[in-house]
Design a protein around this ligand. Structure first.
Ligand code: NAD
Length: 61
């Protein structure tokens, strides 16, 4: 099983990517989004996808 983290996954691009990857039953999708502009209903297959409602921060390396 592949564990895939999608940042911004409740938005336009992220949710479409999540929908594509969700077609493979071997994928386990975790979405990180603070719902600033994203919509909870965009998240596909809410039984198997998990939403982490957190803020992404920029980290200087
Ligand atoms: N017309 C269409 O059908 C269509 C389709 C796809 C994309 N677009 C356009 O493409 C552009 C890009 O789309 P997008 O998907 O990148 O933008 P988006 O705003 O839809 O998605 C960004 C996501 O990131 C989240 N987010 C933002 N800052 C965050 C933070 N600090 N921490 C956690 N989550 C955070 C938001 O809540 C949102 O869900 C947009 O301008 C959109 O209008 C249009």
């Amino acid at each position: 099983m592949a564990m895939i983290l999608i940042t911004g996954g409740a938005g336009n691009i992220g949710s479409r990517l999540a929908m594509l990857l969700d077609k493979n039953p071997n994928n386990h999708i975790v979405i990180l989004d603070n719902l600033l502009t994203g919509i909870r209903a965009h998240i596909p297959n809410q039984k198997t996808s998990r939403l982490l409602r957190q803020m992404l921060i920029n980290v200087s390396m």
